[in-house]
Design a protein. Sequence first.
Length: 409
Amino acid sequence: MTVLNTSAIRTQFPALCREENGSTVAWFDGPSGSQVPHSVIDAISEFLTRGGSNHGGAFAASRDSEATHEGARTAIADLYGTRKDDYIAFGMNMTSLNFALSRALSSSWGSGDEVVVTRLDHDANVSPWLRAAADSGATVKWVPFNTDTYRLDLARLADVVGPRTRLVAITHASNAIGTIVDVAAATRIAHDAGALVAVDAVHYAPHGLIDVAAIDCDFLIASAYKFFGPHIGAMAGRGALLEELDAYKVRPSPSRGPDKWETGTQSFEALAGVAAAVDHIADLTAANGPRRGRIIAAYTAIQDHAISLGERFLRGLPDTATVFGITDDLTARTPTFAIELEGLSARQLATELGNRGIYVTDGDYYAVEVMNALDRADGGLVRIGFLHYTTEDEVDRLLGALGELAGNA
Ligand SMILES: Cc1ncc(COP(=O)(O)O)c(C=O)c1O
């Protein structure tokens, strides 16, 4: 078992030194966005310092941008474990890419067609499909999650997909309650019925190994700002399908290849940062060899770290705290815990913790259907997220503050 060297990792992240009210900030808001290492900041800054030109120029700086773009695509292919023929396309964020995909896909849908969404998903993998269905006349079918076990009901998925299902939109992991979904099994169910599958891996990406080839999904999107990179989204999808689909694009932009999915000028500096973020993950352990193999080793270590912190956290919670999520098998979840503390609203608890330099998120974090199902639409829950740079001391500090607030509440 490779143990992550958290202290060495932390020295690479300048933001982890931030102070608030005299104490170092403890960043538990990773599910909203991670901090970035020096290598990412340097890659972005070096691109801009060197001088970045737009693609298509007959000079070196333009060719540099093109190489940066290709480098980012190769890095994402390694991170996602894509198939040989997959395309990688970048966009402002996952939400924008998913709207582009849903618009293009649904242009061939009509009345009687069906699209399947889940109640475990972030709204970025729900609303684009609701809208696509409304615009095309297709019907929406919902897959619930079990509010006792917090798992997605794959049996129900098998029930709702049928010959008219055009697409299943499904999350790799819940950004609210941390449940990991067996997206490979979901894809098999969808494909058996002849439906396409779009996976949202935004929350899963910093926690678990993405393996597009093994999942065999048709499309998968994540965002680099959740896995230690800059604010940019990256979509992988079957090249043949993306080629065939009619992307919404301007006339002069390429009508073939992944470029047709990338509207306007890309953030080349962010693309430089994406490759650095993937390299950061690949370099987390002492593993040698090709980058994909090092990424696989890194995620094993990341997962062990997450489980150990999760166990410590659950053991130390005050009795008046309720966890909404899987607690009996930490391999089935990410270290993202939605909790409630008796006597305090989610906003009050987040504010109390924030005043102590402990950053957590509160509300629904756009997991609208999750909060509805948990009967927490009003105010939501406090969300605590651990990443590879989270330490046992930080977890203990959080538990101390929760214990103190439980006593005071
Ligand atoms: C699971 C999940 N999906 C989608 C999104 C939306 O991602 P983006 O901000 O890149 O549009 C988020 C953002 O928090 C998320 O957690």
